[in-house]
Design a protein around this ligand. Structure first.
Ligand code: ADP
Length: 256
């Protein structure tokens, strides 16, 4: 592995019935890079993130994170999913934030953030709480430790979900349209928090979003998906200023 191939998708295909979602797709993401996935709805962006979480399996191809395989295609074309121990190791490096924040409704904010570090990582209650308080400060919710999710706005709940994901100390943060359910002002607050995280950490980020200004500010690279392929992969300034493909131009016109 080179650090430029921290995450590697190699010749990945996936269909649901007759619907070819990913068609022999290869790309890699360097360690610490921020990559945004854009493209029309249904073009397979979320499927990519779900494969990294082992929630969806490819039909063929190989996915590697650092030196670990999640799915490995053998020479005879057989797809071999990684064993449980392997998957646990990769999964301990990767966390995902979803469009619907999925907080535990019966737990206060602080406990939402400490629960997994205590039960999955085996942290002490005190250490987990100290780290959670730091992270909740970072996302601007230091004053809400004792609130229940239902007492928070959607934007605040999403910021708790981000703190909860970071509390697992992941190497990779996957963000799946995390502002789509929010009105613009609340979405802007969530994106500001992510900008700050991108600025102050070296976490690798893969982000599916329609927030093009955010993509432009934060990403090292933007991948444009269409028809099961990545049709353009460029730094945001290039992709947004001078898109090469008509399909990219028409997509950008529709979202900007
Ligand atoms: P995007 O994130 O680009 O909007 P997705 O990766 O969510 O696209 O979906 C790609 C395509 O795969 C869509 O047509 C979607 O309907 C289909 N799809 C995703 N998951 C399933 C599933 N579990 N069963 C059937 N079709 C699915």
């Amino acid at each position: 592995m080179t650090s430029e191939e921290f995450i590697r998708f190699d010749r990945i295909s996936k269909r649901f019935g007759a619907n070819v979602v990913l068609d022999d797709l290869s790309f890699s993401v360097g360690e610490g890079r921020r990559v945004t996935l854009i493209g029309p709805s249904g073009s397979g962006k979320t499927t990519i993130l779900r494969m990294l979480m082992t929630l969806t399996r490819p039909d063929s191809g190989t996915i590697r994170v650092a030196d670990d395989y999640l799915f490995h295609e053998e020479r005879d074309g057989e797809l071999v999913p990684a064993g449980d121990a392997h998957v646990r190791r990769v999964r301990s490096r990767i966390t995902m934030v979803f469009q619907q924040y999925n907080l535990f409704p019966n737990m206060k904010v602080l406990r939402n953030v400490t629960e997994a570090p205590i039960h999955v990582l085996g942290r002490s209650r005190e250490d987990a709480a100290a780290r959670a308080e730091e992270l909740l400060d970072l996302v601007g919710l230091g004053g809400k430790l004792d609130s229940y999710p239902s007492q928070l706005s959607g934007g605040q709940q999403q910021r708790v979900a981000i703190a909860r994901a970071l509390a697992m100390d992941p190497d990779v943060l996957l963000l799946d349209e995390i502002t789509s359910a929010l009105d613009p002002e609340l979405a802007a607050g969530v994106l500001d928090v992510l900008r700050e995280i991108a600025r102050t950490s070296d976490i690798t980020m893969l982000c599916v979003t329609h927030a093009m200004k955010f993509a432009r500010d934060v990403s090292d690279q933007v991948l444009m998906f269409d028809g099961g392929k990545i049709i353009e992969a460029k730094p945001p300034a290039e992709l947004f200023e001078a898109p090469e493909h008509e399909r990219t131009r028409s997509f950008l016109r529709s979202v900007l």
